[in-house]
Design a protein around this ligand. Structure first.
Ligand SMILES: N[C@@H](CCC[C@H](N)C(=O)O)C(=O)O
Length: 314
């Protein structure tokens, strides 16, 4: 079921390195927008508060991981996606510790033995004057600094929680499909802050530099949107599961990297495949889409305003 988009929520990430803070004092500062978000419920019954009841762990096995953190053995969650980049969202506003561990998150994200997702997002109490903080674990359990589609889902989730809680400022006029715009902040180009060990070749930035991957030479530009991205243009490549991990774990990327393989269709139309750090091939990556437009502009391949086609949509 889909109802037309009706609500726009802007998000200002204020601590791009470690946390993504969601401020209720929202200005209209969006500079990049993505496609609509959709909410999928994947298991169990949908309750009035839009959470999903999972069968209590103790009915399955006393050692089941879900009963270790949440009272009563129930983890309430919803499943959202942005262009098919899908996340399990947990209301963690009552604690500064995530309700599940990184290992448990990896199990939940397993598409065969768990719920299945690209990551788990926690809506945490605010820090430094913000109302909320987002934390996210990738599907391998690692913790990234930032996630563009994740922060959109997070904004949508907060909007829904606030609506449920009443008396707050976020207005939601339709369910199911909502446009959420995110201010992604300023890209970081300084090599050591991306981070990459590739030496800066345009000042401290790494732009169209040579990277040898498994004996093959690639031209790459390195951009951080809070999390590291390595962008390469052209049609060269191969199956993502083969080539992606070689970039992700390349010695030039001390914090590993997300990698975007980009085709330039025109100066305002780009097409990307992505291999995400800690999650593999995903249908969409918001930080990746932004990073590749930055790279395309820096390499003189595209205008500053572009449509990016991702496997999950434009
Ligand atoms: N899909 C996300 C990025 C998620 C984090 C990434 N896997 C990382 O480890 O940096 C997005 O939409 O930005």
């Amino acid at each position: 079921m889909e109802i037309a988009a009706a609500s726009t929520v802007s998000v200002a990430p204020q601590l791009p390195r470690l946390t993504n803070a969601f401020s209720r004092k929202l200005g209209s500062i969006s500079s990049l927008s993505f496609g609509s978000l959709k909410r999928n419920y994947c298991v169990g019954k949908v309750s009035a508060s839009s959470s999903v009841d999972v069968i209590t762990a103790d009915k399955i096995s006393p050692a089941s991981f879900l009963d270790k953190r949440e009272t009563g053995g129930v983890l309430h969650f919803v499943k959202y996606h942005g262009l098919g980049n899908d996340f399990i969202l947990v209301d963690n506003r009552d604690s500064s510790e995530p309700k599940i561990t990184q290992e448990q998150a990896a199990k939940l994200c397993d598409r065969n033995f768990g719920v299945g997702a690209d990551g788990v997002i926690f809506a945490m109490p605010g820090v430094n004057g913000t109302d909320y903080t987002m934390r996210i674990f990738n599907s391998d359990g690692s913790e990234p600094e930032m996630c563009g589609n994740g922060v959109r889902c997070f904004a949508r989730f907060i909007a829904e929680l606030e609506r449920t809680c009443k008396g707050k400022t976020v207005v939601l006029t339709a369910l199911w499909v909502v446009q959420v715009k995110v201010d992604m902040g300023i890209p970081i180009l300084k090599a050591q802050d991306v981070p990459t060990k590739l030496p800066g070749n345009k000042g401290e930035a790494v732009i169209q530099a040579e990277l040898v991957v498994d004996g093959v030479s690639w031209n790459v530009t390195c951009v951080s949107m809070g999390n590291p991205h390595c962008i390469t243009f052209g049609t060269k490549g191969g199956p993502l599961p083969e080539i992606g991990p070689k970039f992700e774990h390349h010695e030039m990327f001390p914090a590993r990297t997300n990698t975007e393989f980009v085709e330039v269709l025109s100066r305002s139309h780009l097409k990307m495949r992505v291999w995400e750090r800690g999650a593999g091939a995903t249908l969409a990556c918001g930080t990746g889409a932004c990073a590749l437009v930055v790279a395309a502009v820096l390499e003189g391949r595209a205008n500053r305003k572009c449509t990016v086609d991702l496997p999950g949509g434009p």
